[in-house]
Design a protein around this ligand. Structure first.
Ligand code: ATP
Ligand code: MG
Ligand code: FE
Length: 338
């Protein structure tokens, strides 16, 4: 089965080509980051228009890179939500029309399922069941993953997502967009502990998170009389340490609660090197194992959508929209997936 994956939920146009039994053949991502940087964040209307511009050439490039023809496709998976409605509609329209033209099924795929299964794209993949820590720009969730389509929510953020906290904190520190990776780079030049920030909900006794108070605490620290811009790296380091502390503690608690030993980390914040280092060490010490997606599959991409689609087909759980009717789901809790 040759499966094309299309991702357009936010500001990356991603195309991936997967063959069942062989894995990923090729993928291409076009990031709109430079375009949105001028506005300090993603402008939805510009995002949709740029997906329109990029998507067809990117599909051609991906097919060419794999040396395969569109006529060989057996299915097309596309992100149907959650995400920006207009952006999602671009991927959905292209996927559905291409599928109609080729007479193959178009399979709606949940964006977070793509993130969740992305560590399985690596050479040493985890095996079901596992605990997934999903840390992205829009979500912070712990899930018990029993198999394809079997996702039980263990806990999530009651307010900001971890990536969102990184981005908002970077913004209030005056760092350029996209803030998360830049803030974490600065953190590497500073020292945690020079500032004291809270570890929100670390000892709440459940698997819930809260990150919005942290950015307020950072703001308060910058308003103190002794604050100077030279201290930003130390503040960034303390901020990162606070987020990582909480994520590590809750991930460990989730493994203990479920009795599982494998932790899979997915989503853009999974690229954070401090998080990777601490999870590896702390989970490893307890006999567990941590799996990260390759860096290029951490943020949004089409490979993970093609892969999730292929896994659904193999599991007999791929349902195409019927009668040419399709819709996007800008809001779509993963636990509601069938
Ligand atoms: P969602 O998947 O929830 O819809 P999204 O697709 O916008 O959201 P991703 O693309 O998975 O999210 O990840 C982007 C997020 O990851 C951003 O918030 C970004 O700041 C954050 N991020 C990327 N690299 C790092 C890093 N090294 N350290 C911390 N955060 C990072
Ligand atoms: Mg993005
Ligand atoms: Fe994402």
């Amino acid at each position: 089965q040759l499966v094309l994956g299309i991702e357009t939920s936010c500001d990356e146009t991603g195309i991936g080509l997967v063959e069942t039994g062989r894995g990923l053949l090729a993928h291409r991502v076009f990031s709109q980051i430079d375009m949105h940087a001028a506005y300090g964040g993603v402008v939805p209307e510009l995002a949709s228009r740029d997906h329109v511009r990029r998507i067809v050439p990117l599909i051609r490039e991906t097919m060419l890179a794999a040396g395969r023809e569109l006529s060989e496709l057996d299915a097309i998976g596309y992100t149907t939500g959650p995400g920006l409605a207009g952006a999602l509609l671009v991927g959905a329209s292209v996927a559905e029309s291409l599928a109609l033209a080729l007479d193959v099924p178009a399979i709606p795929i949940h964006h977070l399922e793509g993130h969740l299964l992305s560590p399985m794209l690596s050479s040493e993949p985890p095996t079901f069941p596992f605990v997934a820590l999903l840390v992205s720009g829009g979500h912070t969730q712990l899930m018990r993953v029993g198999g394809v389509g079997d996702y039980a929510l263990l806990g999530e953020s009651v307010d900001d997502a971890a990536g969102e906290a990184f981005d908002k904190t970077a913004k209030l520190l005056g760092l350029p967009y996209p803030g998360g990776p830049i803030l974490s780079k600065l953190a590497g030049q500073g020292e945690a502990g020079k500032f004291k920030l809270p570890r929100p909900m670390k000892n709440s006794g459940d698997l819930m998170f809260s990150f919005s108070g942290l950015k307020t605490a950072v703001l308060t620290a910058t308003q103190k009389a002794d604050f100077t811009p030279e201290r930003i790296p130390d503040l960034a380091a303390e901020f990162q340490e606070a987020v990582v502390d909480v994520l590590c503690a809750k991930a460990r608690a989730a493994l203990a609660q479920t009795g599982l030993s494998q932790l899979v980390v997915a989503g853009g914040v999974g690229a954070n090197s401090r998080l990777r280092e601490r999870l590896r060490r702390e989970i490893g010490k307890r006999g567990g194992k941590v799996f990260f997606p390759e860096l290029e599959y951490c943020s949004d991409n089409g490979a993970m959508i093609a892969f999730a689609c292929a896994m659904r087909i193999e599991a007999g759980k791929a349902a195409a929209a019927t009668g040419g009717a399709f819709a996007v789901r800008p809001r779509w809790p993963l636990a509601e997936i069938s």
